[in-house]
Design a protein around this ligand. Structure first.
Ligand code: SF4
Length: 286
């Protein structure tokens, strides 16, 4: 039986992208190839807010995610990849994960809920474990699944074939796999040549519906998103493209959301909210 290192497993409303508003189980895996320390910072600066959180952790260790402070700059899910917090993320068997999912679903079974596999970067290292989970008897009625990825990790041939077959498996012919690709622009602080991988994202299209979601704050960011979209289109990307405001805490989100919505309209792109911020203050577990 496979195991996954799980940062969080919770039930909430999907706040972003194509499935905004859909009740969803979120499975947040541990580990990421990025840090995204540039979010919410002046151009070129990197946040060290997570170091302050770690200093608090050393003084009086946090024992669960719900106790961790939110950060207003950098990656808002820092504890799902920063090794200094790895002890908060247990290694669970796929059997234990499926059992836990049944416990948190409102009727203890799949109905219309959607599964979001997020991170960290969920396609980093864990691809070999997902077939065991998705083939688990308790998952048979699951119809829709989204991988929230940064779009840098190629699918293994085995996993790609698995997803193609999972999506077409009768009697659940309406099963659908989605890749929500949050490709990182320069405001993330990540190097462009590491972050923008159109050939990887185009291959996702062979295994599921794929869309792009760029986190932006300024008009310059939105223009960079448009230029970057052209690069994906030139490679054969055919999906939708969203602009989403930066802002893992309400004070930052409310500074940006209207401006980003207006930029999306101006550029003929879709706007994605982050409903978890106004609804639930983006607390861990939401
Ligand atoms: S890719 Fe996502 S999870 Fe990884 S550091 Fe960036 S924002 Fe955080």
């Amino acid at each position: 039986m496979s195991k996954l290192k799980i940062a969080e497993l919770f039930y909430s409303i999907q706040g972003e992208g194509r499935y905004m508003g859909v009740p969803s189980v979120f499975l947040r895996t541990f580990g990421c190839n990025f840090k995204c320390a540039g979010f919410g910072m002046p151009n070129g600066d990197l946040s060290n807010e997570v170091d302050d959180v770690y200093n608090l952790h050393k003084l009086s260790p946090f024992t669960k995610y719900e106790e961790l402070p939110l950060v207003s700059t950098g990656c808002d899910s820092y504890a799902s990849w920063d090794p200094r917090f790895k002890d908060l993320s247990p290694m669970l068997t796929t059997d234990a994960i499926a059992e836990r999912i049944m416990e948190i679903l409102p009727f203890n079974k799949w109905q219309d809920e959607h599964l979001v596999i997020t991170g960290g970067e969920p396609l980093l290292g864990w691809q070999r474990a997902y077939p065991d989970l998705l083939n688990h008897p308790k998952m048979v009625r699951l119809k829709e699944i989204t991988f929230e990825t940064n779009g840098t990790q190629a699918l293994t041939p085995e996993f790609k074939t698995f997803l193609q077959e999972w999506g077409q498996n009768p009697p659940f012919v309406s099963r659908e796999v989605t890749f929500s690709v949050s490709a990182k622009l320069s405001c993330s602080g990540e190097a462009r040549h590491e972050a923008i991988k159109p050939e990887v994202v185009c291959e996702y299209q062979e295994a599921g519906y794929t869309y792009l979601k760029f986190v932006v704050a300024t008009e310059e960011d939105a223009e960079e998103a448009l230029e970057t979209l052209d690069i994906y289109r030139a490679e054969g990307f055919t999906g939708q493209c969203y602009l989403m405001p930066v802002g893992g805490v309400e004070s930052v989100y409310t500074l940006n959301n209207r401006r980003v919505a207006e930029l999306a309209m101006k550029m003929g792109l879709r706007y994605s909210d982050r409903l978890q911020v106004p609804l639930f203050k983006n607390e861990w577990g939401t």
